[in-house]
Design a protein around this ligand. Structure first.
Ligand code: PAF
Length: 253
């Protein structure tokens, strides 16, 4: 991968990276199309990173669809689907840890998660050597963490965070949506509408409205609701599936 990237750069071509864990969906395809507008060559990495999972069961259940990914990525404009086998030596002992943006929200509920993300994204940057990397803004805290690492470590890559791609009922596109039963998918859509409505109420009222809205929802366990940076951020579990989302406070959508 490094060799290919160096060869492109020698020819003066710009390289974009879209890091994913595979099981591509419409949200990823939007990132690939965006990357295509930013660089001459687009690399999509598909690597299920074990160090960012909090439970072995969640890691095991993570869907994989390599053939489908290759077809979709190609159609969306990717030049390479990069699927590394394993990015950790057995005695790997080097980590990248961001200690400010990764606090609160998902960082508090998923200990070690952002350390795993920061480490693997740094490895991917070193392997692909992109000029620009495109991430989904659904994982807003992840974007904040990565932007901070790039700034603090002087990594020569521009970070672009692409707006959340939503289903028709407002639920963000996510690989995890596939694990919802039809009934759970209905609950997820309702959850999404409650969030959108609560956020429109603006600062000071949004989190209470959200909490009230989700209190009696069958099969849903709210994990957090926090306002920061002009957004209401939420996480909830429906059965064993963990969903996250955020909406701007007080704005009509
Ligand atoms: O957002 C994701 O899919 C992952 O966290 C990432 C950035 C590919 C790192 O494994």
């Amino acid at each position: 991968m490094q060799k290919a990237s160096r060869a492109w750069k020698k020819k003066g071509l710009q390289v974009a990276l879209v890091p994913t864990m595979g099981a591509l969906h419409e949200g990823h395809l939007a990132l690939i199309r965006r990357a295509k507008t930013l660089a001459d060559r687009v690399v999509v990495s598909a690597y299920v990173n074990p160090t960012q999972f909090n439970s072995k069961a969640d890691l095991r259940k993570y869907p994989q669809s390599p053939r489908h990914d290759a077809a979709l990525a190609g159609r969306a404009g990717a030049d390479v689907l990069f699927r590394p086998g394993n990015l950790y030596a057995q005695d790997a002992s080097t980590w990248v840890e961001e200690t400010d943006c990764s606090r609160g929200r998902c960082g508090d509920r998923r200990p070690g998660h952002f350390r795993g993300v920061a480490t693997v994204v740094t490895k991917l940057f070193n392997l692909v050597q992109p000029d620009v990397a495109v991430f989904g803004h659904k994982d807003r805290q992840q974007c904040e963490v990565i932007e901070r690492i790039v700034r603090d470590l002087f990594l020569p890559v521009r970070i672009v965070c692409h707006p959340v791609v939503r289903e028709r009922d407002g639920l963000p596109q996510s690989t995890r949506n596939r694990r919802l039963s039809p009934a759970q998918r209905g609950v997820a859509g309702q959850w999404s509408r409650i969030l959108a409505k609560a956020a429109r109420m603006g600062k000071g009222r949004a989190d209470a409205a959200y909490r009230q809205g989700v209190k009696r929802m069958p099969g849903l366990r709210s994990e957090y609701a926090e306002t920061s940076g002009g957004h209401l951020h939420v996480a909830a579990r429906i059965g064993s599936v963990r969903l996250i989302d955020h909406r701007p406070l007080g704005r009509r959508r």
